[in-house]
Design a protein around this ligand. Sequence first.
Ligand code: ATP
Length: 462
Amino acid sequence: MPAPDLETIVSLAKRRGFVFPSAEIYGGFANAYDYGPLGVELKRNIREAWWRSMVQERDDVVGLDAALITNPLVWVGSGHVANFTDPLVDCKRCQRRFRADHLEEGAYGEVPRDSNGNPLCPYDGGELTEPRQFNMMFRTQVGPVADEANMAYLPPETAQGIFVNFVNVQQAMRRKLPFGIAQTRVSFRNEITPGRFIFRTLEFEQMEMEYFCMPPRDRDNPTEYLALHRQWVEERLRWYIEVIGIAPERLRLRDHDRDELSHYSAATTDIEYLFPWGWGELEGIAARTDFDLSSHAKLSGQPLTYFDEETGQHVVPWVIEPAAGLTRTLAVVLLDAYSEEPDEKGEKRVVLKFKPRLAPIKVAVLPLSKNDALRPTARRVYDMLRPLWMTQYDETQSIGRRYRRQDEIGTPCCVTIDFQTVGEDGQPGDDCVTIRDRDTQEQVRVPISGLVAALEERVPRC
Ligand code: ATP
């Protein structure tokens, strides 16, 4: 099935409590969104899937949670104060502002051009000013006095907290190279281009890992280092396909050209997804050499090195950085899971075919009707399951409509309690319930005593 259009997903996300436009009662706020009850669960599940693959199931990666607001010199040392800039142009007629690179990259569709091919304002065709550099970091102040001495930045990425803690982590955990440090948290960028839903927002969550390895023998020909970069590219692509369940045909790798690479980078590869408007970045895997550790060591005067026992020398490790967007992945998971198909009556049913691990609600407990005779058993089943899985209890409306509702939020299993379960007309019940599968719509009857085991075969306990 082709990817749905963005409007379909934006509307479902709002209607069913995944993502709301922020501060809607005040007219909203550009590039800001709120995550609703199902959105937080989905976000948590993606984050946990990343953490499990990157930290829990590996011997060579540990976690970190560094302060968001910290010494502003961190952002001087990292080069962000000087270089985290983008070219900004203004329309001379309507005074609207644009990022020159986004005008060229199609963020505004086809833009009008003058006779020399230069872009004009996408709104009114007005002439644009010459580009000037604009720093994308948000500034704030610490303490009551708003002067330069009290100025701090909101982090535009998570990586720098990892670099400045390299020695702390290496020594505290007695790590030998190669090893990685992983971190997931919010980042902030002063984005002025109108975002496409949560693809580009002012604040967003990232999942980043810095993998430190021995420096290459030959700086100009770092064959093993580039092979390690490739391994991480393959591993991250595998994660999106096998763990997150994204259709492989909607994913591709794009190597950065020489002129696109930052001066310190030996190679960068993006994992891109085929969004409704075209290919867009989901994750960048950068071979950042020893740039960050060396820059911070130079500015701080503190050596950020590793003692190599074999050679008896202090070396500056080189780094591979897989940097993923959590909230951007959430958009991709919603887009990719969306499916429309006929139900048993031939009517349209909308299903979010999440991998069971990602589904916000894992099991729905549904008494056949609102009948008092069914409720005690249904509540007993609900109480049994909720410590094990995110479980929802619903007894309103017809059972068919409740199945549709659970399909639309991607719940893998519905458990139905009926009169056969509890008994009727003086006859004893069989104490069995029905499990209905989201994707096949097949129903099987299992005894309540075997329900947990039967569900465990279908949904991981998380
Ligand atoms: P883009 O070119 O789309 O602005 P980038 O190359 O600047 O992205 P990185 O600095 O490599 O992005 O950040 C790593 C990941 O963080 C991106 O691949 C993306 O998933 C996510 N990301 C970056 N900026 C944003 C944003 N403003 N909103 C949501 N996610 C973002």
